[in-house]
Design a protein. Structure first.
Length: 300
């Protein structure tokens, strides 16, 4: 799974940070989590095609998380999109839909599904499942996790010993299909080992630290958690139902996550404060990084 941070600021843009949006390329799809202002511009900068986005998951309806939607949807239409786009979000999504379709001379000439959701598994297919959980912000908000389903390990060297050429046949065998090589049938069980645990990515949206977030993030390969404030601004974080870097690190530690990335950074902070934020988090959870716009991470 390739993750690109398209925007990493909180409510206000800065010169270096745009409004929140995260793209995940995996399973032959591109999936967006949140769609703040400038998302489509950032996609151009990162060579991510909007036309390949299949699903968008919105955490909540504060403007910094949704104001990129109208322009993105209309641009897809102008570029001739025909395939269905599905947008998920908490209660209130119908109002967002109506606002988008009544904005100016809006012409969206491809199918768009708007699906209001609550906690639970909201997408489940052969390769992955996506779960939503209500968290604790000052408006209705969902956090999300996407988890790859367990697959047997592919024994590459064994396949080569059996005469399987490197290439598409590897993928077919890994997906459980037989292949024929020089008149000989190679069966999947000949080249598959014990199942491995699939990668799991969890995204907090906006929230104060809470048990619901810890439970959703349990055993994440990567936890992406909002970190709007440094610890000295703890009262401000509590007042606005946000997290500090220490709060995010606490969630990572308690959920047994492997890696934490801090995002949704207040534009008020200088580089010095960002460094302080990172150091504070690392005192609680060592394997922590601070996101920046267009950061790319590969999760396996």
């Amino acid at each position: 799974m390739q993750i690109t941070f398209l925007g990493t600021s909180s409510a206000v843009h800065s010169n270096e940070r745009n409004h929140p949006s995260i793209a995940i390329k995996a399973f032959g799809e591109t999936i967006l989590f949140d769609c703040g202002e400038a998302t489509q511009k950032q996609m151009i900068s990162s060579n991510i095609s909007p036309m390949k986005v299949s699903k968008i998951f919105i955490t909540h309806y504060h403007g910094d998380h949704i104001l990129g939607l109208p322009g993105l949807l209309q641009s897809m239409s102008l570029n001739g999109r025909e395939t269905t786009l599905t947008i998920y979000g908490p209660k209130g999504l119908d109002k967002v839909k109506n606002a988008i379709y009544s904005l100016g001379y809006c012409a969206i000439e491809y199918p768009v599904e708007f699906i209001e959701i609550d906690s639970g598994i909201i997408e489940d297919n052969e390769e992955y499942f996506i779960q939503a959980e209500r968290v604790r912000h000052n408006v209705p908000t969902l956090a999300y996790s996407i988890e790859e389903k367990k697959k047997p390990r592919f024994l590459r060297e064994k396949a080569i010993e059996l005469g399987v050429p490197v290439g598409p046949a590897f993928g077919r065998l890994h997906n459980g299909e037989e292949v024929e090589i020089d008149g000989k049938i190679i069966k999947p069980e000949q080249v598959l080992g014990e199942p491995r645990k699939g990668a799991k990515i969890t995204y907090s949206g906006d929230t104060k630290p809470c048990e619901e977030m810890i439970m959703l993030a349990r055993d994440s390969t990567l936890l992406i958690h909002e970190s709007t404030f440094v610890e000295e601004d703890k009262l401000n974080a509590e007042e606005h139902a946000h997290s500090t870097s220490v709060d995010a690190a606490y969630v990572a530690r308690e959920s047994n996550s492997k890696k934490l990335i801090l995002t949704h950074i207040s534009s008020r902070y200088t580089k010095e404060y960002e460094e302080k934020m990172l150091n504070e988090a690392r005192e609680v959870f060592e394997n922590t990084e601070l996101a920046y716009d267009l950061l790319e991470i590969e999760v396996k």
